[in-house]
Design a protein around this ligand. Structure first.
Ligand code: COA
Length: 168
């Protein structure tokens, strides 16, 4: 018989979560298929880039994942467009936490008036592509060799979720 799933608590990210959030971020960076970034930024830079809608997932009282939105553009016409990031600690992956975090972020983004969420994902990151599609994102297309890191040019799959509740 399968064990009971461990309950997950989603809550707003607090500044004192940053050391754990950064650790989870750096674990994702080290995996090589999460982002072009090579190290986590300072709290000040991260905080400024993600001014609202930042969530953490807690299990047994410990932070094991996070998701956040960054505004896509300063232009007024795009004020309801945000780019999502979602990271789960390696030891906690595959348990539905990514799904809870992204679904929670989508719901809160609609409450906050966002109508389009975007994500750029490496084609090799199958878990992330499946996760986004499970949360209502569609594949817009593949940006070919759009970025370079460590001498390697990489494609990025552009995924997008258009709300049917906001901006109709
Ligand atoms: C991507 C990530 C956030 C997914 O979180 P998770 O908690 O492991 O995912 P979940 O358990 O909620 O599963 C979500 C979906 O991905 C699928 N999935 C999970 N792990 C997978 C794997 N290793 N390979 C293929 N699919 C996988 C699940 O089956 C599920 O799809 P389904 O609903 O169609 O069955 C997590 O793997 C992670 O943090 N990776 C490193 C950081 C990263 O790549 N972030 C995304 C940057 S774009």
């Amino acid at each position: 018989m399968d064990a009971e799933p461990v309950p997950v608590n989603l809550r707003e990210l607090r500044p004192d979560d940053w050391p754990t959030v950064r650790e989870i971020y750096e674990e994702g960076i080290r995996g090589g298929d999460a982002t072009f970034e090579t190290e986590a930024p300072s709290w000040e830079r991260w905080d400024a880039a993600h001014p609202e809608l930042r969530l953490v997932a807690e299990r047994h009282g410990s932070v094991v994942g996070w998701a956040a939105l960054s505004p896509a553009s300063a232009r007024h016409c795009y004020r309801g467009v945000g780019e999502v990031s979602v990271y789960v600690a390696e030891a906690a992956r595959g348990d539905g936490l990514g799904r809870s975090l992204l679904a929670g972020l989508v719901q809160r983004s609609e409450q906050a008036g966002y109508w389009t969420l975007t994500a750029g994902v490496f084609p090799e990151n199958e878990a992330s592509i499946r996760l986004h599609k499970a949360c209502g994102f569609r594949e817009v297309g593949v940006r070919e060799r759009v970025g370079e890191a460590g001498g390697v040019w990489r494609d990025v799959v552009l995924l997008e979720r258009r709300s049917t509740l906001v901006g109709t």
